[in-house]
Design a protein around this ligand. Structure first.
Ligand code: G3I
Length: 368
């Protein structure tokens, strides 16, 4: 199933007849997906409860606002491939069905990632057995969802901050070419699915250079890669807008689509950037200053940040195919639990009561 940009737009138009007719009478856009329908897809990550439609309010908000979804965890190896010969497709099948039922583009996340690997895979000693695991994993999952997911994050976070290859189990067992091999296998088993490389901080110059080298290597091998995902885990008041713009241009110049795959703007203190889940900080009350509410001034600042970001996205809408938020609302964001457990964070466009925040209004106002 290949969704060219225009087809997606037409499909999304037909599924929002109610909001569209509302827009005709009020002349304003009433949802993110409607406002940006001619520009790029607007996505969100879904957790287990949301995939299982256990929360009616969340389901309503997802269907009202978004036209693309990414599973937050259920397609990661430890969940979908828990044993050598054992796969658990239950939740992954459900998100694919949810996407089909509601005309949402599903981005598979992710085929190859050093984190959240099943215990058995970490214990594999021989190179040949690890190669067999790698091949079986990609071919089984990519072929099951071929024609059913719109795209795959084929390889996730293979780079260090300086642009060199991360010393992961994949690099250790399979060598430098494993990224190309992953794309080759994905291409073979999901021929009509868009194939992406996805990372955080790959808008930063050094990591960007590493990312470009990686992409060129895949392309030079004659293997298909369709896009680069810039995750977009950023911090209040510290958006690297210039680096983001240079990266959009640089990836586009390689013939690639650009997407922002895990956007959030966190509000709490931390001593490092990025999204390396292995980095953590000890809990301390001073690191959780807004547990009973966030000052409006900070919400306004966040709205300004999101506004600048979306202005930039709109400037390059011809190069950007999707912008996905990493979660539906503040209450379920991974940033409540990382890098410090048990915090109250506010990184998304909807608050804990599912109400739109100033940032939501700022993003929508750009199109009204
Ligand atoms: O499912 C188990 C549950 O059975 C167990 O009782 C519970 C106890 O801790 O843990 C549950 O698993 C947690 C899982 O999320 C599901 O909630 C893991 O501990 C927790 O580590 C895991 O965190 C996820 C993280 O990736 C792990 O690497 C986050 O939800 C998810 O948002 C985050 O997503 C990543 C992207 O995939 C890649 N880019 C960075 C991004 C943020 O880290």
């Amino acid at each position: 199933m290949h969704f060219p940009k225009k087809t997606i737009i037409t499909a999304m138009l037909s599924c929002c007849i109610y909001s569209f007719s509302q827009a005709q009478t009020t002349a304003t856009n009433t949802s993110l997906k409607q406002a940006y329908q001619k520009d790029f897809l607007i996505g969100t990550a879904l957790n287990t409860a949301q995939i299982e439609k256990k929360d009616a309010k969340a389901t309503a908000l997802i269907l009202q606002q978004f036209n693309a979804v990414t599973p937050e965890n259920c397609m990661k190896a430890e969940n979908i491939h828990p044993g050598w010969d054992k796969y658990d497709f239950n939740l992954a099948d459900k998100i694919v069905a949810f996407g089909k039922e509601h005309n949402l583009a599903v981005n598979g996340h992710t085929l190859v990632w050093h984190s959240q690997l099943p215990v058995f895979a970490r214990k594999i000693v021989s190179v040949d057995s690890f190669k067999t695991f790698f091949t079986n994993h990609i071919s089984t999952i990519a072929s099951r969802y071929s024609g059913k997911v719109f795209s795959w994050d084929v390889v996730n976070e293979a780079l260090n901050e300086d642009g060199t290859m991360r010393k992961s189990i994949f690099l250790e067992k399979l060598g430098q070419d494993y990224v190309t091999e992953a794309f080759r296998l994905a291409q073979q088993h999901a021929p009509n699915t868009e194939l992406y490389y996805n990372d955080y901080n790959n808008e930063q110059p050094q990591k960007r250079a590493g990312c470009i080298a990686l992409v060129k290597k895949v392309q030079a091998a004659g293997v298909r890669i369709d896009g680069v995902g810039i995750q977009g885990h950023w911090h209040l008041g510290k958006l690297p807008l210039r680096d983001i713009e240079e990266s959009i241009l640089a990836y586009h110049a390689l013939g690639l689509k650009v997407m922002f795959t895990e956007v959030d703007i966190e509000m709490l203190p931390r001593s490092f950037g990025g999204a390396d889940v292995n980095q953590t900080m000890a809990a301390n009350p001073s690191l959780n200053p807004y547990k009973s509410g966030i000052p409006d001034s900070l919400l306004q600042q966040q709205a300004k940040d999101y506004e600048s970001l979306f202005k930039l996205f709109l400037k390059h809408q011809d190069k950007i195919t999707r912008v996905t938020f990493w979660g539906v609302h503040d209450g379920q964001s991974w940033l409540n639990g990382w890098p410090v457990p048990g915090r109250t964070n506010y990184p998304l466009l909807f608050d804990r009561a599912f109400a739109p925040k100033p940032a939501y209004h700022a993003v929508l106002a750009l199109k009204n």
